[in-house]
Design a protein around this ligand. Structure first.
Ligand code: HEC
Length: 217
């Protein structure tokens, strides 16, 4: 993509910093987009920044699909081999490895990772300030039974495309459900591997977090 890296561009980017764009959240955001489009339209005719988030959506979708299919089949394999408790140790290795693989395969992708408001692995899955805002509004929408659409965050350096993750399979509850209903071995394994675990207490259908794909601008 070609950007005019001029003053207006930088200014617009600064304005964009922290502005969250999604399909759901409504008028404030639409207004923000209109203002941005105007600013950019006036400032730099050759800049395609207004469609940057949208441009990143289709390739992000492919990555998201592949990521979740692969992770899910690895998870099922791990459960088959070692039961849910054994799978926890395996997961601890798979998840970061997959996150790295994807960023290595796509040179323009800075990082692929899962984020959550209630992390199991806070070292790698704690959201940024902007991501946290998006997660909060997505969670609220989900709680009000509204569909959560993918969203994106544009800052000066990167565009982050976010795909909601839902507890959409009963298998998730083996390791993220109500502690009272979870197997003792699973709870023991979680205490051993994730002493700071916050990722239990979910019900089927709950909003769990997002897959965040970060692109270099
Ligand atoms: C066998 C246990 C197990 C099952 C089943 C499981 N998870 Fe997890 N989940 C984990 C572990 C362990 C981690 C932390 C991985 C790491 O260290 O990066 C995790 C992390 C996550 C994260 C990343 C955010 C965080 O809290 O660190 C999301 C999102 C997530 N799981 C969603 C799901 C969903 C959705 C399902 C159902 C399809 C599911 N999990 C099924 C064990 C499990």
């Amino acid at each position: 993509m070609v950007h005019g890296h001029n003053r207006h561009w930088r200014l617009s980017k600064r304005i964009m910093l922290g502005i969250l764009i999604g399909h759901g959240p409504g008028w404030t955001i639409s207004l923000g987009i209109v203002v941005l489009i105007l600013l950019l339209g006036l400032g730099c005719a050759h800049t395609r920044v207004t469609v940057e988030g949208q441009d990143r959506l289709p390739p992000s979708k492919l990555i998201a699909q592949e990521f979740s299919t692969t992770l899910r089949s690895e998870l099922n394999k791990a459960i088959e081999n070692g039961g849910p408790a054994g799978a926890i140790a395996v997961c601890q290795g798979i998840s970061p490895r997959m996150e790295e693989q994807f960023s290595a395969r796509y040179p323009e992708v800075l990082r692929v990772r899962r984020i959550s408001l209630q992390t199991r692995n806070p070292q790698t899955h704690t959201p940024t300030v902007e991501e946290k805002q998006w997660l909060l509004s997505a969670q609220e929408a989900a709680q009000n039974k509204k569909p959560v659409e993918p969203g994106w965050i544009i800052t000066r350096q990167k565009t982050t495309v976010l795909f909601p993750i839902t507890i959409n399979d009963p298998v998730c509850l083996l390791c993220h459900g109500e502690p009272a209903h979870m197997m003792e071995e699973v709870k023991t394994a979680l205490r051993a591997h994730y002493p700071q675990d916050q990722a239990t207490g979910y019900q089927f259908g709950d909003f769990r977090g997002a897959l965040a794909i970060e692109w270099r601008n």
